[in-house]
Design a protein around this ligand. Structure first.
Ligand SMILES: *Cc1c(COP(=O)(O)O)cnc(C)c1O
Length: 410
């Protein structure tokens, strides 16, 4: 069936190039042994898991990360037949009843609660899994107070892995999450990594030797490996403990640079400054003009007439609204691109429709392509622009694009 014109285009080349660019820069500038796990949670930040997960693997990712067991199962299915099959990390825990899927689809769950292990052990018993055949990564809470084992509980949790010959579950990795990698003074990160080292001493004292240590999101990766940065510390800590270091970028793979505090300009990105190619946004969001009309001075536009024409105007109707994920906060604030020009959104964005001012684009007519996110002519609107207009963050802009918007790989 031909669908209404409202779609996102995902450039798999941009996504693959972004992964390769980051991986090469990390290897050249930080450590030849540093791995990058590609974060493709939440339907690849709204870009489409079935498009981005295979692209990550083609670009060389040996690990991909998703939130839930159900996302992990979907990732395994979409990657079927692609070699080499990557490891799939499920970040958000294992809920009662999910153990069997973890085992059947060879997922690597992040665990931190005793009940996570109870669930996996029970599922293992039901499937006669061999000792040590189910890998897990243990998350340590080093200060974010969100998920992860606290120091006071660590000894008891590690005890569960010590009966190695009996337990079906083996500790394959350790991870923590930095809550302020975008703060350039690095103080919070430094503190977290100190705590990480202390907790790793306990892991070693328990006689456990996990292979992987992973820390760091896009901000940590882009700050690079200069002394005292998160990546340099990660690599040093992993080396001291005989582990492989891995970082977990998300946003940067989709081509966006997170905002730093104090702000960092592109030329200053320590990891990318000597590379000719820069990160490219992988997503463009498009629609077409559905109809055009003219209104006179003092006529109003949209619900509650929040926009009043101060002069005769031309308007274009777009078949897209907040039910597609276009933030209603962009009403009377945001812009779209038509014929390479910026057209302001006027009046309230409705559930399924939006009106823009095309008074200065007199040739605008039904069928014209409209860009909500991405480049057109010499202009570009980015997810950071939408985030600023809507007073949120680009992660939320991407993940707000709803399922009824078609994802097209280009
Ligand atoms: C989402 C997530 C990331 C990626 O974060 P970005 O800021 O998008 O790079 C890394 N690690 C964990 C645990 C996450 O949940």
């Amino acid at each position: 069936m031909v669908r209404r014109p409202c779609w996102v285009e995902i450039s798999t080349h941009a996504f693959e190039d972004n992964y390769k660019l980051l991986a090469q820069a990390c290897r050249a500038r930080v450590s030849s042994a540093l791995e990058l796990l590609a974060i493709v949670k939440a339907d690849a930040y709204g870009h489409g898991l079935s498009i981005c997960a295979p692209a990550a693997v083609r670009a060389g990712a040996g690990w991909i990360g998703v939130t839930s067991v159900e996302e992990g199962v979907a990732a395994r299915q979409t990657l079927r037949g692609l070699e080499p099959a990557p490891e799939i990390l499920t970040i958000g825990g294992v809920f009662p009843g999910q153990g069997a899927e973890v085992i059947a689809h060879r997922l690597t769950p992040v665990i931190w609660e005793p009940y996570h292990l109870d669930e996996l052990e029970a599922a293992a018993k039901a499937t006669d899994a061999l000792p040590g055949s189910i890998p897990v990564h243990v998350e340590l809470d080093t200060g974010m107070s969100r998920q992860g084992v606290e120091l006071s509980e660590l000894g008891a949790l590690l005890e569960r892995f010590r009966k190695k010959d009996e337990s079906p579950v083996r500790i394959d990795g350790i991870m923590t999450h930095l809550y302020a990698a975008d703060e350039r003074d690095g103080e919070a990160t430094h503190h977290q990594l100190d705590r990480l080292e202390n907790m790793l001493e306990q892991v070693a004292a328990a006689g456990l030797k996990p292979r992987w240590l992973h820390v760091g999101n896009s901000a940590a990766v882009l700050l690079g490996g200069a002394p005292e940065t998160a990546l340099a510390s990660l690599v040093a800590i992993a080396k001291r403990h005989g582990m492989h270091a891995m970082a977990r970028p998300g946003l940067a793979l989709y081509g966006l640079v997170p905002e730093f505090d104090p702000p960092l300009v592109r030329e200053e990105l320590p990891l990318l400054d000597d590379l000719h190619k820069e990160l490219q946004p992988a997503l463009a969001w498009k629609t077409q003009i559905a109809s055009v009309r003219s209104i006179g001075k003092d006529e109003v536009v949209g619900y509650n007439g929040t926009f009043v024409a101060t002069e005769p105007m031309h308007l274009a109707l777009l078949p897209i609204g907040y039910a597609d994920g276009l933030k209603r906060a962009l009403s009377n604030r945001g812009y779209v691109l038509i014929q390479g020009e910026r057209a302001p959104i006027v009046g309230r964005i409705s559930m399924d429709q939006t009106v823009v001012d095309v008074t200065d684009i007199p040739k605008a007519s039904p069928g014209d392509e409209v860009v909500l996110l991405g480049p057109q002519g010499d202009e570009t609107i980015s997810a950071c622009d939408h985030a600023n207009w809507a007073e949120t963050i680009p992660w939320e802009i991407f993940t707000s694009i709803t399922a009824r918007v078609e994802r097209r790989a280009v």
